[in-house]
Design a protein. Structure first.
Length: 543
């Protein structure tokens, strides 16, 4: 049995019990002795670190110089044989050296080179490539050289192929993912130089123990799209997959790797969605972690700019939750983003049926009073969709004018009537189509777009009844029996150029004594029947 340690002393660590047979664990407690004591035995190492990249560690007053990395050194310094197991040697810490170095280099240890998991799987750790006690060379290897494109790398005579087997010594997981992807034919087990087909010759990268600028990555290189097109020649380089089709609002600078990941296992294609999101199961949606519109902005930044200042601006804020923003109109938006942009996963309202568009719009607008009878309206029955009239990007305060600006695209004959010398002031924007017509539908299934008398007298109040003796036209066509509502060559929008011809359209059975000879008093009906819109005194509409 070991005797207890005297007061103030430290017990020697049981390294074997900790699974470390080469060095003391870290962190550990103890007494620090200072750099001067360390230099008594390790003068060369002290000189090297002062001339290297870690000089700031030994010079910082807030740290413990050598013992910042090696731990308290009193036991080691005072031991009769300077037992190495009484001090910590980071290179001998095994895989835990990653967490050890991560105290200062946290970001690098998370995704160093994008493949930290691969390095560890290959048995590589920080100290496999990096030496702490090393002077900084006067000139770094290949200083100033950075291969931004595969073409630049291939043109350098110093760069030679090393073969895929050399690559997987550090990147075994990359090769494993590649073997499960659509690019499996480029894997190390299939092609000897598969990696270098995309990344270029790797000798300089290997010689410098993985210097990133001495290899090229198609997802970052300026010729990344050209690298992909060396195999995928059928893909249009400028218009991507939307040649001769509607092009979505995509961010500038997008390239193949924006959506496609080469080192990724094939995924099962989720069910296709319709404009209503049919096909996306609740289980799939439930598995998604809630995200914001920012995930859409990575590829569709221009679309967000389009929504600024519009009625839907609130839906386009990047911090808005996805299901309340882009996903409110585009079902499957999150699955689309997570798949890298698979078009069939997201519902586009463009080209969707009128019913699908209406169902989407009704999520927010369904309870508006103006839409109460939309499901029985003339537009709905003729499958005129919401987007046929309404732009999602209509400027705030311009919604009505934006919609009415599209009326003429279908009602061209009516638009021509407004060019007549006498017309309602629709072209002058003093009134609009919806002042007289209900575009969303009315209580009557057949009357929502037809002009009724009650619409006319809402503005022309002097002709509003009720009258004791109403003009019989009120029981049928109303005002439009005599007037052309949109435009006419005649004054007062009359169908005929004078009152005689206008009245004779319906009253051809006039009394025999009504002489219609030119110049006769009876040729002007209004001489006697002056209250033509209705009278409270005479059934013959006399004054």
């Amino acid at each position: 049995m070991r005797s207890p340690s005297p007061p103030g002393s430290e017990p020697e660590p049981r390294c074997d019990a900790l699974g470390q047979d080469k060095t003391a664990p870290f962190p550990r407690t103890g007494v620090y002795v200072g750099e001067a004591v360390c230099k008594d035995c390790h003068e060369e190492q002290a000189e090297a670190i002062h001339a290297g990249v870690h000089a700031s560690v030994v010079l910082a007053k807030q740290l413990n110089a050598c013992e910042t990395c090696h731990g308290p050194g009193k036991l080691h310094a005072e031991h009769r044989d300077n037992n190495a197991l009484l001090i910590t040697h980071p290179p001998d810490l095994g895989r835990s050296v990653v967490q050890f170095c991560g105290r200062c280099h946290a970001e690098a240890t998370v995704a160093h080179g994008g493949d930290m998991a691969g390095f560890l799987a290959a048995g590589k750790t920080c100290t496999s490539c990096h030496k702490v006690h090393q002077k900084t060379p006067a000139k770094a290897p290949h200083a100033g050289v950075a291969f931004h494109t595969r073409r630049d790398l291939a043109a350098d005579e110093r760069a030679q192929p090393v073969g895929a087997k050399k690559c997987i010594e550090c990147h075994p997981l990359r090769d494993e993912l590649l073997s499960q992807s659509p690019h499996a034919h480029l894997g190390a087990a299939v092609v000897a130089d598969g990696c270098e087909t995309c990344h270029g010759p790797g000798s300089l990268h290997v010689e410098t123990k993985g210097l990133a600028r001495l290899i090229t990555r198609p997802d970052r290189a300026g010729d990344g799209a050209a690298t992909c097109r060396s195999c995928h020649q059928g893909v249009d380089p400028a218009e991507f997959h939307w040649k001769d089709k509607h092009k979505p609002l995509l961010s500038e600078g997008m390239t193949c790797s924006t959506c496609h990941t080469v080192h990724a296992a094939k995924k099962k294609t989720p069910p296709r969605v319709s404009a209503l999101g049919v096909g996306v199961t609740q289980a799939v949606l439930a598995s998604h972690v809630p995200v914001s519109n920012a995930i859409c902005a990575r590829c569709h930044t221009p679309a967000f700019a389009v929504l600024e200042g519009t009625v839907h601006e609130a839906l386009g804020h990047r911090e808005t939750p996805l299901d309340q923003g882009c996903g409110a109109c585009h079902a499957g938006a999150q699955a689309h983003a997570e798949s890298g942009g698979s078009k069939h996963l997201v519902a586009s309202l463009r080209g969707a049926s009128a019913a699908a568009q209406q169902a989407t719009c009704n999520q927010c607008h369904g309870k508006e009073p103006a839409l109460t009878h939309a499901h029985v309206g003339t537009h709905h029955r003729h499958e005129v969709s919401c987007l046929s009239c309404h732009s999602p990007a209509a400027k705030r305060g311009e919604t009505r004018r934006d919609a009415e600006g599209k009326c003429a695209s279908c009602h061209q004959a009516v638009a021509a009537e407004f060019a007549m010398p006498n017309h309602h002031p629709v072209p002058e924007h003093a009134m609009g189509c919806s002042d007289c017509h209900d575009p969303h539908g009315a209580r009557s299934k057949t009357r929502d777009l037809e002009l009724r008398e009650e619409r006319c007298v809402a503005c022309h109040t002097q002709y509003r009844g009720p009258f004791v003796f109403a003009h019989q036209a009120s029981r049928s066509d109303g005002c439009v029996a005599c007037h052309l509502p949109h435009g006419a060559t005649n004054k007062r929008l009359l169908r005929q150029h004078n009152s005689q011809q206008n009245c004779l359209q319906c009253h051809g059975d006039f009394p025999a004594f009504h002489d219609q000879t030119p110049g006769a008093v009876f040729t002007n009906c209004l001489n006697c029947h002056s209250e033509v819109h209705g009278s409270n005194h005479s059934r013959y509409l006399f004054r």
